[in-house]
Design a binder for this molecule. Structure first.
Ligand SMILES: Cc1ncc(COP(=O)(O)O)c(C=O)c1O
Length: 409
């Protein structure tokens, strides 16, 4: 008998992600990586976070260095309530809990909702960690097809009827990896499905603030949670995972969960057994930063981030078109951090993404093959490219290297 043979059987439902294996190769010096899912560290508002930290320790050291409430640090719960109000969402501070990243919110939903053998529906493709997390609880994960407007609602409805899922997990704003933005009418139709079929929708929204349209009228996409006011009954079937990772700092590990009271209570109970509470110091930093200049400090930094990411996305689109022509197909994202693309095989060219990934690493550039983002029936011609961390010169250089790698396969 080995120690391994005594591990919980639930571990058989998941495997180490192919992406993690790929990341080991990225330590190669000089490599240009479009593979990561990180925001650009040079865009963190270090001075702002430092001021928020100093304030937390100067004014509230006793509270922030102490154990705290599982539900979250009250000033932050109030802060998030106000932040959500600016996005058209009415939620009282006690209508949300603070989580250790939105990843924990997703885990708590899995823990609270999923029995072994339950069906859950996700987008095909979707965030790999969610597939793994739900599988760990024994879920049978079913992918719903997407197009450039995100999940295809008629197909989603057919899958709901067929599989009677416990929940439907969606990333409607600049999804990872799809980059897709679900239009408002689709969002409303999905909320109607939630009510009609009594199925929980989980809206994961870490990227909604990273929209690129810089016109004065531009605004964050309206979340399904905000739209739920216009679809009677839908709020009872909707959970929302929010995160400061992409708009403040992922290292703080601060996210939040908004859910119907009964679900929130059970998730809070499970969180208690999991990490007791999210770091009070992190929560106080987030609260102070959020409140800095009545939100103007974060807004100013975000405006800068949007501009930089928008320019990088444009450069990546232009370079991919120039290098690959009709050999690649993608929809230029209107926000977020990712391009989702397919090798088309036009004029007999290769669609072998695995071969391209290998040749790319040899030529000092990396991306993530799309296959692991599918729960099943992977599209082997798909790939994900992040434009968030490489500057425009690196994007030009990296896509040129990718073009050379493509010609070699
Ligand atoms: C779609 C999606 N959801 C959730 C997360 C988790 O984010 P965090 O736990 O940092 O809030 C990520 C991180 O990349 C993500 O892409």
């Amino acid at each position: 008998m080995t120690l391994e043979s005594t591990f919980a059987t639930r571990l058989n439902y998941v495997e180490t992600s192919a992406i993690r294996e790929l990341f080991k190769l990225l330590a190669k010096p000089g490599i240009i990586s479009f593979a990561g899912g990180f925001p650009d560290a040079s865009m963190f508002d270090v001075d702002g976070i430092k001021a928020a930290t100093d304030k937390a320790l100067a004014e509230t050291a006793g509270a922030v260095l102490q154990y705290g409430a599982t539900e979250g640090y009250n000033p932050l719960r109030t802060g998030i309530s106000g932040y959500m109000a600016t996005k058209g969402v009415t939620v009282a501070p006690d209508g949300l809990i603070v989580t250790t990243g939105s990843q924990q919110a997703l885990d708590l939903i899995g823990k609270t909702m999923i029995n072994e053998g339950d069906n859950v529906i996700v987008e095909a493709p979707t965030f790999l960690a969610t597939i793994q997390c739900f599988r760990l609880y024994g879920a049978n994960v079913i992918g719903a097809p997407i197009d450039e407007g995100g999940v295809v609602v008629d197909k989603l409805e057919a899958l709901i009827i067929q599989h009677k899922p416990k929940l439907v997990y969606l990333i409607p704003s600049f999804g990872n990896p799809s980059g897709a933005l679900v239009p408002t009418d689709r969002r409303k139709r999905i909320l109607e499905l939630a009510v009609k079929y009594k199925v929980l929708i989980v809206e994961d929204d870490p990227y909604g603030e990273l929209y690129f349209d810089e016109s004065p009228a531009a605004a964050a996409p309206v979340s399904m949670l905000a739209l739920s006011d216009s679809v009677p009954g839908s709020r009872n079937w909707l959970a929302f995972a929010g995160s400061f990772s992409k708009v403040m700092s992922p290292g703080l590990r601060v996210g939040w969960l908004i859910a119907p009271p009964a679900l929130l209570a059970k998730a809070t109970m499970c969180k208690q057994f999991s990490d007791a509470h999210t770091s009070n110091l992190s929560q106080a930093i987030a609260a102070n930063y959020l409140a800095d200049g009545d939100g103007s400090r974060m807004a100013a930094n975000l405006a800068k981030v949007r501009k930089v990411y928008a320019a990088r996305a444009k450069t990546m689109a232009d370079c991919l078109k120039a290098e690959f022509g009709d050999a690649i197909r993608f929809t230029k994202p209107a926000g977020g951090m990712f391009f989702w693309a397919n090798l088309t095989g036009a004029r007999g060219q290769s669609t072998d993404v695995a071969a391209l990934a290998k040749a790319a690493i040899a030529n000092n550039v990396a991306f993530v093959p799309g296959a692991p983002f599918f729960a099943h029936d992977a599209d082997m011609s798909a790939l994900r490219l992040s434009f968030a961390t490489a500057d425009e010169a690196k994007i030009r250089d990296g896509v040129a290297r990718l073009g050379e790698a493509f010609k070699s396969i």
